[in-house]
Design a protein around this ligand. Structure first.
Ligand SMILES: Cc1ncc(COP(=O)(O)O)c(C=O)c1O
Length: 393
């Protein structure tokens, strides 16, 4: 039976990681993998997380099973950071822990389908796994353009998708720090989107994977809070893997906002049943570490300072690239200063991307997506010079 299975294309980014590892050049630059890097090119464990983990080792007296909802205190401790203090929405929001933001997106899509959603509108380009999850769950994707040519968000496209949505449609939106473009909706655009979702009765699924890495934890929550203050129902997928640096520990949460508080329990029981049939229950360790940080004022302050350092460093890199706009006239580097988070997409051809890799040891995704955090004081000038060279003709 099993030899009937067709080989699947390997993950393009994983292939890139392999090529990068095999490249002997000492000044090679990795802009492919989507993890934060310090000015020294490292992806260290957060100091606050290290301390929290030590406390867990010292005090944890059991590794007995939790339920499919995972660590409820972790889920609740995150709530004020994501949803703020508005009681009207908070009384209608409940969540559960998931294996990473990926598990949360998967659960959101599967639950939406169970509730009758057949098609999901999605701005493209998007995180490639979004389309894969929709396809795997068996929901149709309705793509619309996320960004305009000038490097800002295409508001008309998203409003058009909402206005033309069917009753069995939902829409998937990135809460902040859009992957791969870095192009976020402005607050005024979120206002218009929230109004349109309300007017047309479209269910929003909001994926928040990089809170704090754009303009700040509060600022980056504007979209999700604005939409939830307006619509009756929403689903939110959250990842702690970037803003707590916990990537491999797979830390995420899934939240449901119901129209009425007394509906939450029944909705959540469906999400629990889906989780049970998928991963049964999420891994505990990373969520427990986040909970330990958020329950301790000192560790919380240390975590916030670390997130601020990341954000400030990435802004500096963005500003440096934007300042080189005239050196690489074909790429609109100026727009990077207005964009957010780890990623940006450069309008490079396949040949130019290959030339950067082969001639300069600079590795990026085939889409032209770069991880801004792969750049630092020691390699940004060389990157800009290489861009200028491959785009000269
Ligand atoms: C937009 C978006 N959503 C969700 C995720 C999932 O993150 P994880 O499963 O690593 O927590 C990612 C990760 O790259 C992402 O970019």
């Amino acid at each position: 039976m099993l030899d009937r299975l067709e080989p699947q294309a390997p993950d393009a980014l994983l292939a890139l990681i392999k090529m990068y590892a095999q490249d002997p050049r000492e000044d090679k630059i990795d802009l492919g993998v989507g993890v934060y890097r310090t000015n020294d090119g490292a992806t260290p464990v957060f100091r606050a997380i290290k301390q929290a983990e030590q406390r867990l080792v010292d005090t944890q007296d059991s590794k007995s099973y939790l339920g499919p909802e995972g660590d409820k205190q972790f889920v609740d401790a995150l709530k004020p950071y994501i949803f703020g203090s508005d009681k009207g929405t908070n009384d209608r929001i409940e969540g559960m822990q998931t294996p990473g933001g990926t598990g949360a997106v998967r659960l959101a899509v599967a639950l939406a389908q169970q509730a009758g959603i057949e098609r999901i509108h999605m701005g493209v380009p998007s995180w490639p796994n979004h389309a894969q999850i929709l396809g795997d769950v068996g929901v149709e994707t309705a793509p619309f353009d996320h960004a305009s040519k000038d490097g800002s968000a295409d508001l008309a496209a998203v409003l058009d998708a909402i206005a033309n949505a069917r009753e069995t449609d939902a829409i998937l939106l990135h809460g902040c720090c859009h992957n791969p473009t870095g192009v976020d909706y402005t607050n005024e655009q979120w206002d218009a989107i929230a109004q349109a979702l309300t007017d047309h009765g479209v269910l929003p699924i909001i994926d928040v994977a990089y809170q704090g890495l754009g303009h700040g934890l509060e600022e980056d929550a504007y979209g999700v809070r604005r939409v939830l203050a307006s619509v009756p129902e929403a689903l939110v997928a959250y990842s702690c893997d970037k803003n707590f640096g916990l990537y491999r520990d797979r830390v995420g949460a899934f939240y449901i906002m119901a129209a009425k508080p007394d509906q939450i329990e029944a909705i959540l029981s469906n999400a629990n049943a889906l989780a049970r049939a998928n991963w049964s229950m999420p891994p505990d360790h990373g969520g427990a570490a986040v909970r330990t940080v958020l329950h301790d004022d000192e560790l919380t302050a240390a975590w916030l300072a670390e997130v601020e350092d990341m954000r400030t460093r990435m802004r500096k890199v963005r500003n440096r690239l934007a300042a080189a706009d005239s050196e690489v006239p074909s790429l609109n580097l100026a727009a990077l200063a207005e964009q957010n988070g780890l990623f940006a997409v450069l309008a490079l051809s396949k040949d130019q991307i290959a030339q950067l890799r082969e001639d300069h040891g600079i590795y990026m995704a085939g889409s032209g997506r770069i991880n801004v955090a792969g750049l630092h004081e020691g390699n940004t000038d060389r990157f800009i010079a290489a861009l200028a060279e491959v785009t000269r003709d």
